[in-house]
Design a protein around this ligand. Structure first.
Ligand code: GAP
Length: 538
């Protein structure tokens, strides 16, 4: 699937628009249109239903070590600044950037790729900010320009090795920046904190500085005691939250994949330390299977365990659920969700103060006077089991998903073009269809009168009104019925109901399946149940 086709469909059919587009747009910010808002809401609702409200607190799921409870939270976007100091985000949540002194452009150090190229007795490292084949083509084009060679002399360029990341280059003096014309214009990499800063109240000084949350997780940890005291949950249990997070990404890219404002769907799952490895395995599998159940093909999905050097400062084990997004180079995968074993890092750091690694464990980080660098709340966040009376700090397993990345993956997976015969024109035509799982499709059904006469529009409107309290349904009487079907295929509507001459005689309608194109007749009375059954069984 070519990505530009999906991007164009998303704009044309109201899934995604660039934020503030009429003012030239804002890089890294996206708006969901009338179809997009329904799709994303349905994904979030399916997640909440499957993980939280629909979860059976009393039963044991396959591969779960025991039954467990689930509850939810909805917390603020701005938290006390001390939260980010103790969590490590204030000091450690950064990427490395390099600036180009010539073009004034800024890049993420680990996102620039390049190749060593030799020509005319000179060897330079030519870079590109793209990836894969695109980067290779760009490197060649830039190298030809740099060495002042015409395209037909491309064979005079001698490459020393394939594409490598700029992080592997120590000396930038022979580096040609992605948009530069001269060598050595890139600065040394510098740290750049990804949190958006703001000020609370009217004074505006450093004392009132605060940050927009870069993850929803921390608000769950700081409410751990409130939830335990108010809802009588017993370990093992999970707290879920869906909400906006903000990261001042240096180079937002790949449509909504890396945005500066996005939504997360996170669970912090609290368990006994002795059981944590079993729960870690359980959540890796449970979350992986959820994406497959919701329609992602298993051969484009993978579950990848992090290497020890990749682990975040808090994690003692992380696996990513990754999807082979079409905008990535062949064989590359992009993260959809991370499942991290966070140990007791967060509850301890919000009690004692910011922790750092020491030997095999963690200890409170000290300043030059031997005092805690950032003080914790001092509140006791240990847990006492109401039945066994055992007191301990629970370990945390965190399945952390991105709602926007999931939406993008479902869109990529669903986009299909197929040849179908056009009987009227006597040749085939291309049908564009979003084969979304019916549960997440923006519209569940569309209702059409075959023609705008003989009482058909009135009957179709009556059916539309019967269905509307149950599902998001669309009424369409504009243009030929074939074109109306195509319009619904493009936004992924799984079922189209058509009122025809026979409806007026026997109160039956045709129901057309988006994927098989099969049409069957059902009675008008059974329409609500028939659609519900089809969605439930999909
Ligand atoms: N609490 C852990 C945490 O936030 P993360 O891997 O940084 O972990 C979790 O983020 C998920 O949030 C990612 O797997 C991804 O789906 C989503 N996400 C992170 N940064 C994003 C961005 N800039 N744009 C869109 N989604 C993002």
């Amino acid at each position: 699937m070519e990505m530009d086709k999906l991007v164009s469909l998303c704009k044309r059919r109201g899934f995604l628009f660039q934020s503030s587009e009429i003012y030239g747009g804002l890089n890294g910010f996206w708006d969901y249109g009338p179809m997009g808002v329904e799709l994303k809401r349905n994904i979030k609702e399916a997640w909440w239903q499957d993980m939280v409200t629909g979860h059976d607190d009393l039963g044991t799921l396959p591969n779960a070590p025991s039954p467990y409870q689930m509850v939810g939270l909805d917390c603020t976007i701005i938290l006390h600044p001390q939260v980010w100091k103790c969590s490590g985000h204030y000091d450690q949540f950064h990427d490395y950037m390099v600036d180009c002194k010539q073009t004034k452009k800024r890049y993420r150090h680990d996102q620039i790729e390049g190749r060593w190229v030799e020509a005319k007795d000179k060897k330079v490292f030519v870079t590109s900010a793209s990836t894969g084949e695109e980067a290779e083509a760009e490197v060649e084009q830039k190298a030809l320009k740099f060495f002042n060679l015409k395209k037909k002399y491309a064979d005079q360029l001698n490459y020393d090795g394939g594409l490598i990341c700029l992080t592997e280059i120590d000396d930038f003096s022979q580096v040609l920046g992605p948009d530069a014309k001269e060598l050595g214009t890139l600065t040394e990499p510098r740290e750049f904190n990804l949190m958006f800063k703001t000020f609370i109240g009217a004074l505006g000084g450093e004392e009132s500085a605060a940050f927009l949350r870069p993850e929803t997780a921390q608000a769950i940890f700081v409410n751990f005691k409130n939830v335990c005291d108010s809802s009588r949950v017993r370990v093992p249990f999970g707290i879920a939250q869906i909400g906006k997070s903000f990261r001042n990404e240096i180079t937002p890219r790949n449509f909504t994949f890396r945005s500066r404002e996005f939504e997360q769907m996170e669970i912090e799952f609290f368990c006994h330390p002795d059981e944590s490895q079993k729960w870690y395995q359980f959540w890796r599998e449970r979350r992986f299977e959820w994406y497959i159940k919701m329609g992602l093909a298993s051969d484009r999905l993978q579950l990848r365990e992090h290497d020890p050097e990749e682990l975040s400062h808090y994690s003692c084990g992380t696996a990513d659920i990754e999807y082979a997004f079409p905008f990535l180079a062949e064989g590359d995968y992009g993260e959809l969700e991370g499942i991290a074993h966070r140990g007791d890092f967060d509850l301890r750091s919000h009690t004692e103060g910011k922790l750092v690694r020491e030997g095999d464990g963690f200890a409170v980080e000290k300043d030059e006077h031997g005092q805690p660098k950032y003080r914790g709340s001092g509140k006791d966040l240990t847990y006492r089991d109401m039945v066994t009376n055992e007191k301990f700090i629970p370990h945390v397993i965190e399945p952390s998903a991105g709602a926007d990345r999931a939406t993008l993956a479902f869109l990529c997976e669903a986009y299909t073009e197929e040849e179908v015969p056009d009987e009227k024109k006597g040749k085939s035509e291309v049908r564009t269809v979003l084969q979304l799982h019916p549960r997440i499709a923006p519209l569940k059904a569309a209702v059409f009168p075959l023609v705008n006469k003989d009482g058909m529009p009135e009957k179709a409107q009556e059916i539309y009104r019967t269905l509307k309290p149950h599902f998001n349904v669309f009424y369409d009487d504009k243009g030929a019925v074939g074109r109306r079907y195509r319009r619904q295929d493009e936004v992924g509507t799984p079922y189209c109901l058509t009122v025809d001459g026979q409806t007026l005689k026997d109160n039956t309608i045709t129901i057309r399946d988006r994927d098989t194109l099969k049409q069957t007749r059902i009675s008008v009375e059974e329409a609500v149940d028939a659609i519900r059954e089809k969605i439930n069984n999909a």
